[in-house]
Write a protein that binds this ligand. Structure first.
Ligand code: MF3
Ligand code: CO
Length: 234
């Protein structure tokens, strides 16, 4: 899984450098394809229930699962980039949200809060902690910032498949849920909205948007529980 994680991390690095006003989301997908090919890795997104690309690119009010295309990113936008890779049958899956040029305070705070929520959740990835502690960490950070966290979509276990049990909700009760053990690997992925937490799906059957049109940030790491604590694989 570490090798798959390194490929996903390289996809992130290459795509992040390419994000600027004027670039299309399809061009970012092409970079993802190039990295996968160069590393001899395959895509876990392409063909997943018919999904047509190797990344998801979700601008502004799109929360997750935006399909790359000819949409041009413009100054002031934010865009969530979700990437996955498979190496020798092992999966990696991770996402970041980036500003496009200069962005306003709301956009900056969305990104910072999503990143802080993910960091707080990762800190819970130690033996003996429970799944509810992970979700609670996300929820606490987001609510303290006065933003809302999406509940209809969750993180997930990951390993020989991209989506394994258990689902990893972005909310929870401390001390509840399954106990984490060394060797568990979870993809933790908070989705943070500026307005309400409600979601809708566009006619393309994939793009998940905020119901109220407010902007949203999505970040994700694939994280292993080890005896020494959390290890971020990508
Ligand atoms: N990476 C997403 C997740 O975190 C899944 C992408 S859906 C796909 O679960 F269709 F694009 F693969
Ligand atoms: Co995921």
């Amino acid at each position: 899984m570490r090798r798959a994680g390194r490929v996903v991390t390289e996809m992130h690095e290459r795509i992040r450098e390419a994000i600027r006003p004027g670039v299309t989301t399809a061009a970012l997908d092409a970079i993802g394809r190039e990295v996968l090919a160069r590393r001899g890795a395959t895509s876990n997104f392409l063909g997943y229930h018919g999904y047509p690309a190797v990344i998801c690119a979700s601008p502004n009010e799109v929360i997750v699962h935006g399909i790359p295309g000819d949409r041009v990113l413009t100054e002031g936008d934010i865009v969530a980039i979700d990437c996955g890779a498979v190496v020798d049958g092992w999966h990696g899956d991770a996402a970041f949200t980036a500003p496009v040029g200069d962005v306003d305070d709301v956009a900056r705070r969305l990104i910072e809060t999503a990143e802080a929520a993910l960091a707080a959740a990762i800190a819970q990835m130690a033996p003996g902690r429970r799944l509810g502690d992970v979700g609670h960490a996300v929820e606490s950070v987001v609510e303290a910032a006065g933003l809302s966290v999406v509940r209809e979509y969750t993180g997930h276990g990951i390993g020989r498949a991209m989506h394994e049990d258990p689902p990893v909700p972005n909310h929870g009760r401390p001390g509840s849920g399954i106990r984490l053990r060394p060797g568990n690997v979870l993809a933790i992925e908070p989705m943070v909205n500026a307005g309400s937490a409600e979601t809708a799906v566009l006619d393309d059957g994939w793009s998940v948007v905020t119901a109220d049109g407010s902007w949203s940030a999505h970040v994700e790491h694939t994280v292993a529980v080890t005896d020494e604590g959390p290890e971020i694989l990508c």
